[in-house]
Design a protein around this ligand. Structure first.
Ligand code: TXE
Length: 414
């Protein structure tokens, strides 16, 4: 695993290039995500000899008890396209670290970078069959989900496809299922927040990968006292970032296009729908230029809580903003969603941060920053953002099953 991590690091330029030409990810970001893959493999390599079991002594019941943690066998993962290189690490590394084998299917929108990894797994010395890399569409994913010899499947993608995976698992061999299904994550900005910090994380942070990130804070809820200043500054930041939309192959490009024509059309249809509904477009709102799939960083103001752009995951550079008066109202608005992946809170009051964090229905809450994905902490959703966690020790636990062994210590009767 460590040798593989070294090889990925050495081949980072090539892998990032393949990722970038597949789905338009800016080179700097593709490199950063390859770096996250490397860090995760190194992190999980450390677990290979650190999985303890438990023993319980005979305590009058006549039995000595042991609990051993065993691998599940053949595990599979279906990946989205927006962070494939990270997905490879979070899915495969913990599984093989504790003795499973793995079949990884990349998204049909980003197959190239993963295929390149095949030769690195070989070169690192993984025995044949331990890591298997597949390309293919949802039909290939569906075959994995319904396969009778696969013990575990982790799915990252849309809620609709995730539901199909769960149904297929239930109809086949009841394999373990973990789902990571995106979100409509709230960003709560309180009156006492540091304005510059909140603006930076909700502009440069939110627009990373052109908003095609599952935990992007796409619903901004801002307290009325700071709202005028915050909204004005955010608008200025979005306009500035619009100028940075450029060719993703250039090292200097911060923001690239959307992944493909389908994703572009999907985002454009949300924007057209919002305009038809009379929702105010504060900045952006359309395509940039007439070549490539570039969409302007867009802010939509005060949509109704039932509006599609307020309730559904757009997966593009589009935020909606609403204002609130009280902390209680902010929490209610934040939790008023079928999703529960992430939430961010901007405040300088630590007691408020702790209170609000405890109330938010989200798998990850980040205070005064955009989310950071690090190897040692688990990540996953509540409600319809899915269940199960990837990352950290939780990520290891997914791939182990407890076996209880009971040893009768009583002497046979003479
Ligand atoms: O996702 P799909 P798409 C959301 C986001 C985006 C929308 C559509 O809103 O706009 O989904 O993207 C495989 N059984 N997210 O069409 O279809 C498929 O081959 C098994 C959020 O790309 O869900 C691919 O590998 N597998 C998200 C993966 O599922 C199936 C990231 C994702 O494809 C399958 C991606 C089936 N029946 C999209 N159907 C996030 N959580 O970050 C498809 N697949």
């Amino acid at each position: 695993m460590l040798k593989y991590a070294d090889l990925v690091e050495q081949h980072s330029d090539k892998i990032s290039h393949l990722e970038s030409i597949s789905m338009g990810q800016p080179i700097w970001l593709a490199k950063a995500i390859v770096g996250m893959q490397v860090a995760s493999w190194r992190y999980y390599a450390g677990f290979t000899d650190k999985i303890p079991g438990e023993t319980y002594p005979e305590n009058g019941d006549g039995f000595f008890k042991m609990v051993n943690y065993e691998p599940l066998g053949v595990c599979a993962g279906i990946s989205a396209w927006n962070g494939t290189q990270f997905s490879v690490a979070r899915k495969i590394a913990p599984a093989v670290a504790v003795g499973n084998t793995y079949i990884f299917k990349s998204s049909e929108k980003s197959p190239l970078g993963v295929l390149y990894l095949g030769k690195l797994f070989k070169e690192a010395g993984f025995p044949p069959g331990v890591v298997n890399l597949l390309s293919g569409s949802g039909r290939v994913g569906a075959l994995l989900a319904s396969h009778m010899d696969i013990a575990h499947i982790t799915f990252t993608g849309s809620a609709a496809a995730g539901r199909q995976v769960q149904i297929a698992a239930a109809k086949s061999n009841l394999k373990h299922v973990v789902l990571e299904l995106g979100g409509k994550s709230p960003a709560l900005i309180f009156n006492d927040a540091n304005l510059d910090n909140a603006v930076a994380h909700n502009s440069r942070g939110f627009l990373l990968n052109s908003g095609q990130i599952c935990m992007a804070g796409s619903r901004i809820l801002v307290q009325s006292g700071i709202a005028p200043k915050f909204i004005e500054a955010l608008k200025a930041a979005f306009i500035k970032l619009n100028d940075l939309l450029a060719d993703p192959a250039l090292d200097s490009t911060y923001l690239g296009p959307l992944a493909d024509k389908a994703q572009f059309e999907r985002v454009m249809s949300y924007l057209e729908g919002a305009k038809k509904d009379g929702i105010e477009v504060l900045t952006g709102g359309g395509r940039k230029g007439d070549r490539g799939r570039f969409v302007e960083p867009t802010i939509l103001m005060d949509p109704d809580v039932t509006a599609k752009v307020y309730t559904e995951e757009i997966f593009g550079p589009v935020v909606v903003i609403k204002t609130f008066e009280t902390e209680k109202e902010a929490i209610e608005m934040a939790n008023n969603t079928s999703y529960g992946l992430g939430a961010t809170v901007y405040t300088n009051d630590i007691t408020r941060a702790l209170r609000v964090t405890a109330e938010l229905e989200a798998g990850t809450v980040t205070v005064n920053s955009f989310h950071r994905l690090v190897p040692e902490t688990p990540f996953g959703g509540k409600k319809q953002s899915g269940y199960g966690r990837e990352g950290g020790f939780e990520g290891i636990k997914l791939f182990l099953e407890a076996k209880t062994v009971q040893i009768n210590m009583t002497m046979p009767e003479d």
